[in-house]
Structures are given as structure tokens and as C-alpha cells.
Design a protein. Structure first.
Length: 399
């Protein structure tokens, strides 16, 4: 793939784009759309989510359904869980599984996910199924996975569908599934599913290292760094060498892509320090803000980052403000998050609201009402989720 192809792939899949692209948070946001210019009808937080759950845009619909599952009073997320798990969009199925992963103490949730794992219809996304299986197994819910433990064999002729199901079975101790998965990874016959490769790396199955190493020579360029991340997660230092070289690539987009993987891996402070010392300001800020989240740089730098003219730097600031530790650091982070809430860019506002939830920010009524009336639906959706998380009672009902 040439430079142009890399630029297109990176902008669509990995980083926030300028106009209407899928961001790291999954949103598609285009403030120039007519929706952003029309007068917003005032609704309650749940009313906002009900409205968004019916729109065509998968990123908005999926996030709304995810939040409705998380905050539904009914066991197992009520009707919204079924809506999410049967949505034709694979990303939305994964969001539903993610929401249900927070409710595994409920028998209804475990039953839902167990039934989801048994599905073999053409609409089901096997990568979301694999994620569900791993989620249950890591929570010690082996019984919920048992009925579907051999599902991967039904798909073995289609390796791109069978791989995530085989990973679940391998994690549960199935040696045959592990061998099959190794063959698939060695042949690198996989779709662009980076999260799946992160799951491979986090599985702790060390026997997969040789297959990943050999597959690195066969894999499509778009998954090359994902293979490296999986290798390093399993303890293969060769994976770190690949990421280190990418961090020094002459193309900035490759360096930023490398950082997308590096920031999700443990024991990577050395590479983050290298990034924070680079000349390119975007790479430098990315590395520095990631180090702040790990307590390796002064938290006060967040205050400068949120004022940066590059909106991606401001997005980085919002993302990592949620990960600081300590009363003083959290106070500064909350101040920065509040600044992001009124940023001119909708994605910054979205990340501000998400980070505010993580830090249990107590929004003022004026702030929350303004966000619930934001001109961009995606921002209103995130505000509704923040309002429900904080138990916010909106005076603007309408439902």
C-alpha cells in the first residue's frame, strides 16, 4: 500500500478525522450536516437516547443502544440488549456485548450472552461472539460458554469467521482449537480486526507466539503493527522491535499508528518517552499525554494541551485527563475536562463528557443542559449517558 492508501486507512480507522470520519471513540461527526443546524428539541436524557437509537448512522445508534443497555433498570439490559445483539451492524453487536460485560452479576445477562454465543446465523458477528466468550471466561463464567465451546468447528472452513471462536475455545483449554488458531495466524488470513489481535495478545497463550512471528511476514500491511502488538503482549520482544521501528518511520501517519498500539500495551514507557521527544508536535504531544496518564509527566501539561490549535491534541488531552491518579491531578483534570465541554470541536466535547464520567465529575445543571441541547446529536447522546451516570435530573423533559 502506498502513502495515499496509508493516509486514507489511518484517517478512517485510527484517528479523529476532520469531516465525518469514524474516530477512536466510534463516532461519525460532521457538524456541517443539516442535523447540526436545525433547532434541537429538548428531551430528557433517556429521550435523547431513544431518539438516537432509531437513526441510520451506526456509530450514533450503537452508542445510544450501549448506554441504554448499561442504564436500563431491567435485568440483562431489557429490550435494548436484544436490539443490540441482533443489530445487523457488527460494531453495534460488539457495543452491546461491551455494555453487558458490566452486568455479568445478573443471571439474565449471562443467559443472553450464552445464547448469543450459540448463534450461527449469517447476521451474527463472530468477532463480537469471541469477545463475549472471552469476557465470560475471564469473569469465571465457564458454564455460560460451555454450550458453544465447539462452535468454531462449524466455521473452520471459513477461517476468517472461525478465528475468534477458536480463540475463545483455546482460552478455555481446547488444544485442538489452539492449533487451528495458530494455523490461521500463521497464514494471516484475517479481516481488519485489530481488537481481535489485541485479544490474542492478552490471552496469555504463549504457544501462539511462533505463529504470530511467522504470520508477520504474510499479514496485510494494515495489520502488521497489530501483529507486533499481539507478539509483545505475549512477551515476544520481536514485537516491540517492530513498533520501535514504526515509531521512527519517515511517514508521520505510521508513527501515530504505532502509538495507537503502543498506548494500549504495558511496559511501553521507553517508547512513549521516545515519542515525546520527537520534533513532530502531534507525535510529541501524543507521547507526552500518554506519559501523563501513567504518572510520568506533570499533569499541568494537560492545561496547555487543551488550548492547542490542533484539535487532535485537544482530543488526546481529553482522553488522558480521565486516567490521572491523585487528588491534585484529578482536580486539574476536571478543570481541563470542563474546558473541553465548550470546545468548538464536537469530538472534543464528546471526549470531555466521556472522561467526565470516568472521573465522576459533578456537572453543573447549566453545563449538562447545554450539552443535552448541543447542535450535534452525537454530543447529545454522550451528554445523556453522562447525565444518567451521574443521576442527573433534567428539568427539560419532553418525554
Amino acid at each position: 500500500m502506498g502513502t495515499l492508501g496509508r493516509l486514507i486507512l489511518w484517517s478512517v480507522c485510527l484517528t479523529p478525522c476532520l469531516f465525518g470520519c469514524v474516530t477512536r471513540s466510534g463516532w461519525v461527526v460532521d457538524a456541517s450536516l443539516p442535523e447540526a443546524q436545525e433547532e434541537v428539541v429538548k428531551r430528557s436524557p433517556r429521550g435523547v437516547l431513544w431518539e438516537a437509537a432509531e437513526v441510520d448512522e451506526p456509530s450514533v445508534r450503537g452508542r445510544a443502544i450501549e448506554l441504554l443497555i448499561r442504564h436500563d433498570a431491567s435485568p440483562g439490559g431489557g429490550k435494548w440488549a436484544q436490539r443490540g445483539l441482533y443489530d445487523p451492524d457488527p460494531w453495534i453487536q460488539r457495543k452491546a456485548v461491551l455494555a453487558l460485560s458490566h452486568r455479568l452479576d445478573e443471571a439474565e445477562t449471562r443467559q443472553l450472552l450464552s445464547e448469543y454465543l450459540e448463534r450461527s446465523d449469517v447476521m451474527v458477528n463472530t468477532y463480537s461472539q469471541g469477545f463475549a466468550g472471552l469476557t465470560l471466561l475471564k469473569a469465571g463464567r465457564v458454564d455460560a460458554v460451555e454450550p458453544s465451546k465447539d462452535r468454531w468447528k462449524m466455521e473452520r472452513e471459513r477461517s476468517w469467521r472461525a478465528a475468534p471462536l477458536a480463540l475463545t475455545a483455546a482460552y478455555a483449554g481446547d488444544v485442538e482449537a489452539q492449533d487451528y488458531l495458530a494455523e490461521v495466524l500463521r497464514a494471516a488470513d484475517l479481516p481488519l480486526e485489530g481488537e481481535f489481535l489485541l485479544d490474542v495478545g492478552r490471552s496469555g497463550i504463549l504457544n501462539l507466539i511462533p505463529a504470530l512471528s511467522e504470520g508477520s511476514d504474510q499479514v496485510e500491511e494494515e495489520l502488521f503493527l497489530a501483529y507486533a502488538a499481539a507478539r509483545w503482549s505475549l512477551g515476544d520482544v520481536g514485537g516491540q522491535h517492530v513498533l520501535r521501528r514504526a515509531l521512527n518511520d519517515e511517514e508521520i501517519v505510521i508513527r501515530l499508528e504505532a502509538l495507537d498500539w503502543i498506548t494500549q500495551l504495558p511496559d511501553m514507557e521507553d517508547l512513549l518517552h521516545r515519542a515525546s521527544n520527537q520534533k513532530n508536535p502531534k507525535v510529541r504531544w501524543y507521547g507526552e499525554l500518554a506519559l501523563i496518564s501513567r504518572g510520568k509527566r506533570p499533569v499541568e501539561r494537560l492545561s496547555k494541551a487543551i488550548l492547542h490549535e490542533d484539535r487532535e491534541v485537544r482530543i488526546f488531552a481529553m482522553k488522558y485527563a480521565a486516567t490521572v491518579v491523585g487528588s491534585k491531578a484529578e482536580r486539574i483534570a476536571r478543570e481541563v475536562i470542563a474546558m473541553g465541554l465548550v470546545d468548538e470541536d464536537p469530538i472534543v466535547r464528546i471526549e470531555s463528557l466521556k472522561s467526565g464520567v470516568i472521573l465522576n465529575t459533578q456537572w453543573k445543571s447549566q453545563q449538562m443542559n447545554a450539552s443535552l441541547a448541543d447542535e450535534v446529536l452525537a454530543v447529545r447522546v454522550e451528554a445523556a449517558g453522562a447525565a444518567l451516570a451521574a443521576g442527573f435530573k433534567s428539568p427539560q423533559s419532553g418525554e
